[in-house]
Unconditional design. Structure first.
Length: 524
């Protein structure tokens, strides 16, 4: 057996995969039981054969396996499998969670003319204007700002527009830093119930003792990954075993868990103390005089409360039932607890936001962008921008929009307003669920598909009124119902090319090979 150190494993894996693999990446594999750990001379070691076996199964034959499942027309270049998560979530792209967004490198591939060596054609150039009529969290306009391309984003969701504009805004660094510090100080001096901290301290001590005894991190996770252990039965047993300890502590400190009403999302999905802290912090934010700063502080709070909902760690993206007790966590493989305070998360996300904004400030180019809250099927783009940014309007009139890069909603997959229900409750934005195209609640039946086609066609027909003559439209879609040929025809366009790409590193539990198509439309 050949044992090597974490640093040696990092170097070996980097050479083997022909990309950078950090020691932290190797430590992650050990922590989550993907490879077994050994102790030698008080140092952590791993078996090289074990590591090679993992990478052989995970990466070595991945391209051929995926092509076998999804077809040889799969464009592996667009998998971006050489990238780390830190690359695909760079700078402001991770200011707030958002389901259904594509990675920035996909946009970059099609709009950045510095990548000429890696593709056959250049579709957009610096100074062009690009449109995203399904703005979402703003990936296209952020990459346009980084690339040196003017951009316009439209979304029917007011909160989506807030996420995007907060990402794109240029902030006064010193002022923002002071505003964040004032916010954190305001929370530090607020304590509705001083028993909460004592309760949590004792609860964490009890959890640590229990988890150390019953869920020894490396060995336990390794047994599960090797398929030699009935995780579900053991989890249920230990969950029940710890529950009386939790209940005893609640009684000891007279902790109130549930709020006394359940009229809204914020009433149902947050512990009593968490809700009180949220209300306090939001009142402080509303006192901020600078509107740009007020919005980014509100976005930090929104990101925070998403992570502080009373749910399990593995169900943050798809809520099931409020989790008000300790529970077995299938993500961390141990007994976890709900959150009783937002303090830690707010501090973490405030610091992270400031760092990401600073990083983006170094990369951004001096270009125009506009974020429009409206229905892309009917909105008058030029008139809106004329009122928002007259200088940008002058450029628009002169050169028109060069095209689109966007990901329309997929048929019957996501309710876009519902995924941020907590934020709509907090910020008081009006929901416009009825204007979503292809929402989950309408399903994927024949009527839903017809409605979807009509919606996308109406968007394209409205937007193309503002295009220059030789435009390029790129639509990222999972077209399992073959709707886009009809969409192209009814929009007065033709499909000139399509790029079928594998979608790697999905966060959902379903890890089956999955692909999407980037349709390239042009005028007939």
């Amino acid at each position: 057996m050949s044992l090597i150190t974490i640093n040696e494993a990092s170097k070996w894996a980097s050479d083997f995969l022909n990309k950078e693999v950090l020691p932290t990446n190797i430590s992650y594999l050990v922590q989550y039981g993907k490879v077994k750990k050994y102790e030698e001379n008080n140092s952590l070691m791993i078996n090289l054969d074990d590591l090679k076996k993992y990478y052989d199964s995970y990466s070595g034959n991945r391209e051929s396996i995926w092509k076998k499942n999804l077809g040889n027309d799969l464009n592996w270049t667009l998998s971006f499998d050489n990238l780390r998560e830190v690359d695909t979530t760079k700078h402001v792209h991770r200011l707030h969670p958002y389901k259904g967004k594509y990675i920035p490198q996909l946009v970059e591939y099609f709009i950045d003319n510095h990548l000429d060596d890696f593709k056959k054609e250049v579709y957009f150039k610096k100074g062009d204007i690009i449109l995203d009529p399904f703005l979402g969290s703003g990936t296209t306009i952020i990459q346009s700002i980084e690339t040196g391309i003017h951009s316009v984003g439209i979304d029917v969701s007011e909160f989506n527009c807030m996420i995007s504009s907060c990402k794109a805004t240029h902030y006064d660094d010193e002022y923002l830093q002071k505003a964040i510090k004032r916010l954190m100080n305001a929370l530090d001096t607020f304590e509705y119930d001083n028993k909460i901290q004592k309760f949590e301290t004792e609860l964490l001590i009890e959890l640590s003792k229990f988890n150390t005894e019953h869920f020894p991190a490396y060995d336990y996770k390794y047994k599960i990954n090797q398929g030699r252990f009935n995780e579900k039965d053991f989890a249920v047993e230990k969950e029940k075993e710890f529950l009386p300890i939790y209940q005893k502590l609640l009684k000891k400190y007279s902790i109130i868990i549930k709020q006394n009403k359940s009229d809204s999302f914020l009433d149902i999905w947050f512990m009593n103390n968490v809700r009180l802290e949220i209300n306090h912090v939001f009142e402080i934010i509303k006192q901020e005089k600078d509107i740009k700063t007020r919005k980014i502080l509100a976005l930090i709070l929104s990101r925070t409360i998403r992570s502080c909902r009373a749910t399990t760690h593995s169900d943050l993206a798809t809520l099931k039932d409020p989790q008000l007790t300790t529970y077995y966590c299938y993500k961390h493989k141990k007994i976890c607890k709900p959150l009783f305070s937002i303090r830690t998360m707010l501090n973490r996300y405030a610091s992270d936001t400031l760092n990401r904004i600073r990083e983006f400030n170094k990369l951004r180019k001096p270009v125009h962008y506009s974020v429009i809250t409206g229905d892309s099927r009917v909105v008058d783009i030029f008139e809106k921008i004329k009122n928002i940014n007259p200088d940008f309007y002058t450029i628009l009139q002169k050169q028109k929009i060069a095209g689109i890069f966007c990901s329309p909603p997929y048929v019957g997959q996501i309710d876009y307003h519902e995924q941020h229900a907590y934020a709509y409750d907090l910020l008081g934005f009006k929901r416009k669920d009825e204007l979503e195209i292809g929402p989950l609640y309408k399903g994927q039946g024949i009527d839903a598909r017809r409605s979807y086609i009509e919606g996308i066609v109406n968007v394209l027909n409205n937007c193309k009124k503002y295009f220059k003559k030789d435009y390029d439209v790129f639509l990222v879609a999972n077209d399992k119902y073959n709707l886009y040929p009809e969409i192209a025809k009814k929009s007065g366009m033709k499909i000139v090319n399509q790029f079928k790409r594998p979608v790697l590193n999905r966060t959902e539990r379903d890890r089956n090979p999955y692909s999407e198509i980037i349709f390239h439309f042009k005028s007939i």
